[in-house]
Ligand binder design. Sequence first.
Ligand SMILES: Cc1ncc(COP(=O)(O)O)c(C=O)c1O
Length: 399
Amino acid sequence: MADLFDKIATDPVLKAARMGREMGIYPYFRPLSETEGTEVVIDGRRLIMIGSNNYLGLTTHPRVRQAAMDAIARYGTSCTGSRFLNGTLELHQQLEQRLARFLGKEAALIFGTGYQTNLGAVTALMDKEDVAICDKEVHACIVDAVRMAGCQMKRFRHNDMEDLERVLKEVGDKPKMVLVDGVYSMGGDLAPLDVITELCQRYGARLFVDDAHGLGVMGEGGRGTHFHFNVVDKVDLVMGTFSKSFASLGGVVAGDKDVIDYIQHHARSLIFSASMPPANVATVLACLDVIEEDPSYVQRVHVQANKAREGLRRLGYNTGDSVTPIVPVIIGNEMHTVFLWQALFNNGVYTNPVLPPGVPPSKSLLRTSYMATHTDEQIEQVLQIFAKVGEETGFLQPA
Ligand SMILES: Cc1ncc(COP(=O)(O)O)c(C=O)c1O
C-alpha cells in the first residue's frame, strides 16, 4: 500500500535544499539575531540589508514603536477572536476609515495578513461562472485565491496589453475580473494601469490591483499605484499589505461601500480567523501619521533606489524593467545566482536569491530592495561590494 509520506524521500525541492545545506550554500530560513532596519546581524556578522520590504524604514521609527507599545499597554496583546464576533476594536474601524481616505475609496476592510486579504476578497467575489484574468506574474496568493474561488482562470503575458485584450475578447460577456499587481514583487516594474483601466472599461471587466509593494511607495504621498497613474476611480478594488512599508502585519482591501460590505460578509479568511492584534493596528495608524506629516520618507526611498539602480546598471548588471525600490539583479543560471548571493553575503551584503518556481527557469535573480533610511554610505558600500564580487566571480569583466 502506498504511504502518503513516500513523496518526501523523492521530493526534488527537499533534495535541492539538502544539497545546498551540505555545500553550505543554502540561502533560506537564515535567522537574524539582530535587526535595526538597514543592518542585520547573522551568525555574529553585521550585514547591510538590501533584501527587506521595509521600504520606508519605519519598523524602528520611535513614534511607530511607541504607538505599538501604547496599544499593548491599553488593549493587551491580542483580540483573541474574529472581527465577526469579539475581535473588532474601535481601533480596527478607525484604521479602516483612515485607509479608505488614504486610498481614495469609499470603504476599506482589514484582514490578518495580505495573503488572507487576497484569499478573502477574491473567494468572496468570484464563483465558478466567473472568469479571473491574471497577469502571468501576479503574486502567488492571487493564484491561490483564484484556485480556491473555483472560477475559471485565464493568464495573459506579463504586462502585454495586446495579450490582455486578446483574452478579454475571448472571455466575451461572462462576468470577469482582471487581477494585476500594481508593483511586481520580483521585477520591480509597474502594471500599466492607465491602459489596463481603459481595456477593463471597454470590455466590461472589473479590476483588482494587489498593491502590496506600491502602498507607501508609489503615487503622491505613497497612496498607491492607482494614484501614480491617476486612475483612482477606475480601479474597482485596491489591496495592500501592512507587512512592507507599513511596518506591521495585516492587509487591506478598499473599494465601493457596497462591495466592501459584501466582502465583509462573505470572506471566510476574515470571518474564520482572528483579527489583527491591537499593536499591529496602532503601528499602521502611526505609519500613516508619519508619512502624512513628513513626505520625505516616500520621496527618499526613490532617491536611494535610483542611486542603487543606476550604480548597478553602470557596473554592468541587468536590472530589468525596475522603476521602483525593488531592483532585481537578473543572473539567469540558478547555480550562478546562488554563488553570487553567497559572495555578497560573505562580503557583508544581504540579498534574496529568487530561483524557480519563484521565477521562470533560466530567469533566476537576486532581489534587492532599498529603504528611505539607507544612508548614502551604505548604498556606496553595496555598489563597491557588487563591483568586487562581480569581478571575482567572473559575472562582470573588469572595466
Ligand atoms: C504582491 C504581494 N501580495 C500579497 C502579499 C502577501 O502579503 P502578506 O505578507 O501580508 O501576507 C505579498 C507578500 O509577499 C506580496 O508580495
